[in-house]
Design a protein around this ligand. Structure first.
Ligand code: FAD
Length: 392
C-alpha cells in the first residue's frame, strides 16, 4: 500500500477555537451574566424564582431566539451558538442556563424541525418576542420509559381534547407555549404518541404544583394539568402518531444543551476554586502553592477540557448534519459526572467555607446533580451508547 497520493487536507478549525462571531457572542453573554445575573444568584436560589425582568433582559440580549430565522425576529444563528449561550450562562447560574436551554434546544428546535409553515408563522415570532417555551413529556408513571405516557388526546371536530397530568416540567411557571406529548391511541403503544402545541391560555390547561428542589432552585419545575384541554387540530406538531420521533429527536439535541450546562457549572466551580486557592493561606502560604492542591486543580482542568470538547463536537456534528446520537449521549453522561466531581472538589478546596451559602461553590454542587437525571438519566445515556456499540 502506498500513501503517495495523499494530499494535505485543509485543516478544520480546532474544536474549541471559536469563530469571531462565536467569540463575540460568548463574551457578550458572559459580560451580561456577570453584571445582570451574578448579583442576584443567591437571592434567586433562596426565593426559587427567576424574576420576569431578567427573562425580559434575556429576550433583549438575543439568547431566546438563537436559531429562529431573522424573518421571525430571531438571530438565525446555529445550534452551536445556543450551546455557547447555555454554557456561558451556566458558569454563573445553571437555572438561567436551563431556562434558556429548554426554550431554545427543546421547544424552538422542535418547532423548527417539525412545524408546518403555518405553525412556524404563528409560534416562532411569539417565542422570539417574549413568550417562553417548555417541553412536556414526563409523567408520574413515565420517566425513563417515556412512551408509557398516558395523557390522552381525543379528536373532537376541529380540536383535540387532552386529558392527563405532566410532571417535572421546566419553565412551567413562566412558559406560554408548551409542547405536550399525548397519545391519540393507547392501544397503538408508541405509534399513538403525538406532539401538540398548547398555550397557557387554552381552556382546560392549568399549571399545578411547583417542586421545591435541591438544585437549579430558581428554575421552575411544575406539574401541568390538562382537563379536557382544547387544542386546535392545526396545533398538532408533526404527524399524528409520530410524536415519538418528535420527542426523541428533540431530546437528542437537548442533551447537548445539558452537556453545555454541565460544562458551564464545572468551569464556574473550577474558576472559583482557582481564585480561592490563590488567596487562602495556610501554613504561611497560599494553598495553591501546595502541589497536592495543584494536581487536583490540574486534573479538574483536564476533565473540563475533555467535557467541553465532547459537547462542542456533538454540537458541531449536529450543525453539520452528521449523525450525533452517540456523541450527544456521551457528552451529557460525561459532562454531568465532571460537573459533580469538579464542584465537589471546589467545595473541598474551600474547606468549611465551601459548605456555607456565603460562597458560590455549594450551589454549583447542588446544581450539578440534575445533569445525571433529566433529559434521560445516566443509565439511559449508557443504554443509548451501548445500543450503538453493539449494533450488528
Ligand atoms: C428538575 C427537573 C426538571 C425536569 N424537566 C423536565 C421537562 O422540562 N420536561 C420533561 O418532560 N421532563 C422533565 N424532567 C423529568 C426527567 O426527564 C425525568 O425525571 C427523568 O427522565 C427520569 O425519569 P424518572 O424521574 O421517572 O425516573 P425513573 O425512570 O423512574 O428512573 C429511576 C432510576 O431507575 C433507572 N432506570 C430506569 N429504567 C432503567 C433501565 N431500563 N435500565 C437501567 N436503569 C434504569 C434510572 O436510570 C434511574 O436511576 C425533569 C426532572 C427534573 C428533576
Amino acid at each position: 500500500m502506498s500513501f503517495a497520493s495523499l494530499t494535505a487536507p485543509v485543516s478544520p478549525a480546532p474544536l474549541t477555537q471559536l469563530s469571531d462571531d462565536e467569540s463575540l457572542f460568548f463574551e457578550s453573554i458572559e459580560e451580561f451574566a456577570r453584571h445582570e445575573i451574578a448579583p442576584h444568584v443567591r437571592e434567586m436560589d433562596e426565593h426559587a424564582k427567576i424574576p420576569r425582568t431578567l427573562v425580559d433582559k434575556l429576550f433583549d440580549l438575543g439568547v431566546m431566539a438563537v436559531e429562529i430565522p431573522e424573518e421571525f425576529g430571531g438571530a438565525g444563528a446555529s445550534f452551536f451558538h445556543a450551546v455557547l449561550a447555555v454554557e456561558a450562562l451556566s458558569r454563573v447560574d445553571a437555572s438561567v442556563g436551563v431556562l434558556v436551554d429548554v426554550h431554545n434546544t427543546l421547544c424552538i428546535n422542535a418547532l423548527l424541525r417539525w412545524g408546518s409553515v403555518d405553525i412556524k408563522r404563528r409560534y416562532l415570532s411569539k417565542l422570539a418576542g417574549g413568550s417562553l417555551g417548555a417541553y412536556a413529556l414526563s409523567e408520574a408513571g413515565s420517566g425513563s420509559d417515556a412512551f408509557a405516557l398516558t395523557t390522552r388526546a381525543v379528536r373532537d371536530g376541529d380540536e383535540f381534547r387532552l386529558t392527563g397530568r405532566k410532571l417535572w416540567i421546566t419553565n412551567g411557571n413562566e412558559a406560554d407555549v408548551f409542547i405536550v406529548l399525548a397519545t391519540v391511541d393507547p392501544a397503538a403503544g408508541y405509534r399513538g404518541i403525538t406532539a401538540f402545541i398548547v398555550e397557557r391560555g387554552f381552556q382546560g390547561f392549568t399549571v399545578g404544583k411547583k417542586e421545591d428542589k435541591l438544585g437549579i432552585r430558581a428554575s421552575s419545575t411544575c406539574e401541568l394539568l390538562l382537563e379536557d384541554c382544547r387544542v386546535p387540530v392545526d396545533n398538532v406538531l408533526g404527524d399524528l402518531g409520530k410524536g415519538h420521533k418528535v420527542a426523541m429527536e428533540t431530546l437528542n439535541e437537548g442533551r447537548i444543551g445539558i452537556g453545555a450546562q454541565m460544562v458551564g457549572i464545572a468551569q464556574g466551580a473550577l474558576d472559583a476554586a482557582v481564585a480561592y486557592t490563590k488567596e487562602r493561606r495556610q501554613f504561611g502560604r497560599a494553598i495553591a502553592d501546595f502541589q497536592g492542591v495543584q494536581f487536583q486543580l490540574a486534573r479538574a482542568a483536564v476533565d473540563v477540557e475533555a467535557a467541553r470538547l465532547m459537547v462542542y463536537n456533538a454540537a458541531r456534528l449536529r450543525d453539520a448534519g452528521q449523525p450525533f446520537l452517540t456523541e450527544a449521549a456521551m457528552c451529557k453522561l460525561f459532562s454531568s459526572e465532571v460537573a459533580e466531581e469538579v464542584a465537589s472538589l471546589a467545595m473541598n478546596l474551600y474547606g468549611g467555607y465551601g459548605f456555607v451559602k456565603d460562597y458560590p461553590v455549594e450551589k454549583f454542587f447542588r446544581d450539578a446533580k440534575i445533569g445525571q437525571i433529566y433529559e434521560g438519566t445516566s443509565n439511559m445515556q449508557l443504554q443509548t451508547i451501548a445500543k450503538q456499540l453493539l449494533a450488528p
